[in-house]
Design a protein around this ligand. Structure first.
Ligand code: URA
Length: 229
């Protein structure tokens, strides 16, 4: 895995690898973690990722007067925003975004790999009608081969969103996926909490986390915390 002292391309923002972040990763990467632990601790990392994504937005100076009459030289985000999640795993991030910014506009994209061609296929998209005027936080917790990511970014570009207005947020990223996005869309910024070692032959990340969607939504086989006692 890439650690905080290794260089990452300027388009990739790797969360500082603090002890606290590594402790959260230790819980969710444990194959024995209960679903409840997985969801709670993944959500804490997702919040950090969203805050880091918001840091990528354009800001302008904004002064306020404090309760004791002094001026605070602050900042505020200038651009209209929206969140777009790649279903189903991205829905986990949408939930946290709604907690941080309850009124934010939300879009959804459903892409699945075609069983015959193995290529990602777009099944559904619903975006705010003025998405081309917004900065977009694009959510997919797992950036593996980059196939789904490229397809999702393509949907946004087709809707008129400039690359420079897309911040792609992942919990785990494979070097292969990062390279694919960077080569095809150098203007897209990525925010991640870990760059993994590599993909295995089934396109799972190593050391990885398993299937994020199954673990988050409880659709993995015989969840430990719900087995009959
Ligand atoms: N999707 C996942 O859920 N996990 C991986 O490791 C890769 C893709």
């Amino acid at each position: 895995m890439v650690n905080a002292t290794q260089s990452v391309a300027h388009s990739v923002h790797l969360l500082p690898q603090t002890k606290q972040l590594r402790a959260l990763h230790t819980i969710i990467r444990n194959g024995q973690a209960s679903r409840d632990d997985f969801v709670r601790h993944a959500s804490r990392i997702i919040r950090q990722l969203i805050e880091a994504g918001l840091e990528q937005m354009p800001f302008e100076p904004h002064q306020v007067r404090t309760p004791i009459g002094h001026v605070y030289d602050g900042l505020r985000i200038t651009a209209p925003l929206c969140g777009v999640s790649v279903a189903r795993a991205g829905d986990s991030m949408e939930a946290e975004l709604r907690t941080i910014l309850p009124g934010i506009r939300l879009g959804k994209i459903l892409i699945q790999r075609d069983k015959v061609t193995k290529l990602p296929r777009l099944y559904y998209s619903a975006l705010p009608p003025d998405v081309m005027n917004r900065h977009v936080l694009l959510f997919d917790p797992m950036l593996a081969t980059g196939g789904t990511a490229l397809a999702a970014i393509g949907v946004l570009l087709d809707a008129g969103v400039p690359e420079q207005h897309i911040v792609f947020i992942n919990l785990l990223s494979a070097p292969e996926g990062v390279a694919a996005v960077r080569e095809r869309h150098p203007g897209v910024r990525m925010v991640t909490s870990s760059i993994e070692e590599r993909l295995n032959e089934n396109a799972y990340m190593l050391p990885g986390i398993g299937d994020f969607g199954d673990r988050y939504f409880g659709t993995d086989v015989a969840p430990r915390d719900e087995l009959p006692r």
